[in-house]
Ligand binder design. Structure first.
Ligand code: FPP
Length: 233
């Protein structure tokens, strides 16, 4: 969800206004994704690196998360959305942790779209935390090193039980991954759009989904055309 700051700057507005409009785009996108049949939607709302921003901006973003959970949780729950939060929790303020846990507990029985909010999230941090907990389990005799496989590591990540993303969309013209789902996005398709996040609407989402459908996904194997060639050889 990149480009809030630039959206505001282009209009001579404070960055905070960009984030406020970013939250509106977030709400809109949750609704649109549900309508378009997306089963799991992950939104990168605050990275482990975002703590380096000025204190006022960090506080504002924390406030937006609080406001989002407090104001929107009931409606999300009513629409059958299951909420998951990924990212480090140990260093978060206790009230924020409780809010996050409440959202997950309230919605865990829902079977509609899963909304994953990546907050205080960084893929390297996630993998390091998983490795640390696995090492602790190994030392305690609860995990045999030879049992560690790709599938097992999957189960120790914040995204345990969630499918790998098929499509990653980055807005605002930047073409970096920025520490987002590095492990999980190994075979994801990437769509980079120049649209700034506050302007991201249903048409932009539909365009990204259409681009995804045009891609041929081979997962390291041969595509359909090559399969046929091999058969004819
Ligand atoms: C990147 O834009 C955006 C963020 C770091 C925050 C994303 C936040 C929202 C969409 C609002 C909802 C927030 C929560 C926590 C639910 P940027 O500020 O880096 O934009 P720029 O690159 O144009 O400066």
């Amino acid at each position: 969800m990149d480009g809030n700051g630039r959206w505001a700057k282009q209009r001579g507005l404070p960055r905070q206004e960009g984030h406020r409009r970013g939250l509106e785009a977030l709400r809109r996108t949750v609704r649109n994704a549900g309508e378009l049949g997306v089963r799991v939607l992950t939104l990168y709302s605050f990275s482990t690196e975002n703590w380096r921003r000025p204190q006022t901006e960090v506080s504002f973003l924390l406030g937006l998360l609080r406001r989002f959970v407090e104001n929107d949780l009931a409606e999300l729950h009513e629409s059958g959305v299951k909420v998951r939060i990924i990212g480090g929790r140990d260093d978060l303020a206790p009230d924020l942790r409780m809010l996050i846990e409440r959202a997950e507990i309230l919605t865990r029985g829902n079977d509609g779209m899963t909304l994953v909010v990546a907050f205080n999230y960084g893929s390297r941090d996630e993998i390091a935390r998983a490795a640390r907990r696995m090492a602790e389990a190994a030392v305690a005799g609860r995990l045999k090193p030879e049992a560690i496989t790709e599938a097992l590591l999957d189960d120790w990540l914040d995204t345990a039980d969630l499918p790998d993303p098929e499509l990653v969309i980055r807005t605002s013209g930047e073409t970096r991954i920025s520490n987002f789902l590095l492990w999980q996005a190994a075979y994801a398709e990437f769509v980079f759009t120049p649209v700034l996040w506050p302007d991201f609407d249903k048409a932009a989402l539909e365009e990204a989904l259409a681009e995804f459908r045009r891609r041929e996904r081979r997962f390291g194997g041969l595509g359909e055309a090559e399969d046929r060639n091999v058969g004819a050889a």
